[in-house]
Design a binder for this molecule. Structure first.
Ligand SMILES: Cc1cc2nc3c(=O)[nH]c(=O)nc-3n(C[C@H](O)[C@H](O)[C@H](O)COP(=O)(O)O)c2cc1C
Ligand SMILES: O=C(O)C(=O)c1ccccc1
Length: 359
């Protein structure tokens, strides 16, 4: 039976996945306060539709970091797709390409970027800047050669968040036969060396972003910027976009939902930087709320893994098709002809108190 919603797909994936893998995907850090906050934030904002605006069937196509996309929903970088399905990132990439969606490949992908690029769709590449600049530079060249259109530098991980589900389950590393394929340095004849582990470095600073800016002409997005002062600071480093993200509640716990932090960031950067929001986007209405608060696009993490687990390429295609039709419907019901038509006037923030008629 085909899932009618991402909620149904989540339940189907849970039933199929080995519990430890399910927890690895589903979990957040520490008390999972941020994890819960992400979805809750969308439920707490209401939509107040405008009527009779005659905007016609909504258009979803957009351009982001020089990439055309058929919808403003990006696949967020998530590690280890081959734990969800044997075809892993190849299946994800084929589904994204067929849907005209941008796929952000994780540095921790279990398929090499060159193999993922075979699918032919628009790709961005997510990078954890490594203290070994020589390695980072070689990887950037590799990613450029593979045809990736942008780098997404994750800046919310100076250390790895404490994921207590994984500690309890004893998930330590990938099983034999799987590794982070992009962490295997290429030799002179393209042969792949042993995989290095990904370093998370608390010494990274804006100077490293400046270094990367000099190194490549690819557009650069910073992922995990949540403070308006950091958003402003990023304007000085020549970056091209920001992902407003709390890493799906997997890094610092008790960070508020990105949806709640979006407006001040949009104020801080104005029209100078496009914003991509991720965390808890499960419905077309969620995406619409993010657009109304200043996001140019949203990104989805876990739903892609649910789709993969349930149906490989077809499962991911189903995720994208559900969200596409939900977003079209939400826009039409709000009287919007495109995501650009969404504005805060559509939003209702409840401070509801009963007021009784007394006379
Ligand atoms: C299993 C899993 C693996 C992830 N791996 C990465 C990663 O390798 N790099 C990264 O920047 N973010 C990673 N993220 C965070 C996502 O890019 C994204 O910020 C988050 O999943 C969005 O929230 P959502 O899952 O509620 O849609 C991962 C998230 C999950 C759930
Ligand atoms: O799980 C994550 O959130 C994540 O970012 C990650 C990064 C590297 C390896 C495994 C997971």
């Amino acid at each position: 039976m085909k899932a009618l919603s991402l909620r149904e797909l989540e339940a189907a994936a849970r039933a199929l996945l080995e519990p430890g893998i399910h927890d690895l995907f589903a979990g957040g850090s520490e008390d999972e306060v941020s994890l819960r906050a992400n979805e809750d934030a969308f439920a707490r904002v209401g939509l107040v539709p405008r009527v009779l605006r005659g905007r016609g069937a909504p258009r979803l196509d957009t351009e982001l970091l020089g990439c055309r996309a058929s919808l403003p929903i990006v696949l967020a970088p998530t590690a280890f797709h081959r734990l969800a399905h044997p075809e892993g990132e190849r299946a994800t990439a084929r589904a994204a390409a067929a849907a005209g969606a941008i796929f952000t490949v994780s540095m921790a992908s279990t398929t090499a970027i060159e193999d993922i690029a075979q699918a032919g769709g628009p790709l961005w590449f997510q990078l954890y800047l490594q203290p070994d600049r020589g390695f980072t530079e070689a990887l950037v060249r590799r990613v450029e050669a593979a045809g990736c259109k942008a780098l997404v530098v994750t800046v919310d991980s100076p250390v790895f968040g404490r994921r207590e589900r994984d500690l309890r389950n004893g998930f330590m590393d990938l099983p034999p036969g799987l590794c982070c394929e992009n962490m295997r340095p290429l030799g002179p004849d393209g042969e792949r060396g042993p995989a290095r582990s990904i370093a998370f470095s608390p010494t990274l600073s804006w100077a490293d972003v400046d270094w990367l800016r000099e190194l490549t002409s690819l557009p650069i997005a910073l992922k995990g910027v949540l403070h308006p002062e950091d958003a402003k600071r990023s304007l000085d480093s020549g970056v091209d976009a920001l992902f407003v993200s709390n890493h799906g509640g997997r890094q610092l716990d008790t960070v508020p939902a990105p949806l709640e932090l979006l407006a001040p960031i949009a104020d801080a950067v104005g029209d100078r930087l496009p914003l991509v929001l991720d965390g808890g986007v499960r419905r077309g209405t969620d995406a619409l709320k993010a657009f109304a608060l200043g996001a140019r696009a949203v990104a989805i993490g876990r739903p892609v893994l649910w789709g993969l687990a349930v149906g490989g390429e077809a499962g991911v295609a189903h995720v994208l098709s559900l969200l596409r039709s939900e977003l079209e419907r939400a826009l039409a019901l709000c009287g919007c002809g495109s995501a650009d038509d969404a504005s805060p006037e559509l939003l209702h923030f409840s401070r509801w108190e009963p007021r009784w008629r007394t006379s």
